[in-house]
Design a protein. Sequence first.
Length: 142
Amino acid sequence: MNLARWIFSISFAIGMLWLLGFIMEPIGQKEPSIIVLFIYSLLITSIFSCFLFKLSPRFLRKYPGSSVSSTKYYLLSIFVSYFLLIPFFAMVSYFLVKIFGDINHHESGVLIGLFAIWFPIWWFVPVGLAIGWFLYRRKCPL
């Protein structure tokens, strides 16, 4: 497995850790153990990565004989993906507060803002790598 795949899998596991924390806490009515979250995160990431790399064997791999560098696509896409994820997570958090909470509460805006800025920190690397690979693939077809 190449370095981009390792970085993708590790950052996906970290993002999954935070996502599972937000999902499991309301369901279990208490904060789950970090060990439990870590184990579930690694399990989900392993299964997802195994299927992803098996179904798409060229995902995050440089094409042989290509003169175009995949690194510049990855780095630029990682940087840009953080800013692309901010409005996405803002909308998700807005709808979650609207559905499960009180949107008119005076702290709803703070929650939405924090969620929109903080949550992309954990997801911008795997999303950026995927976007970068799709852009690289379009530039270097088989």
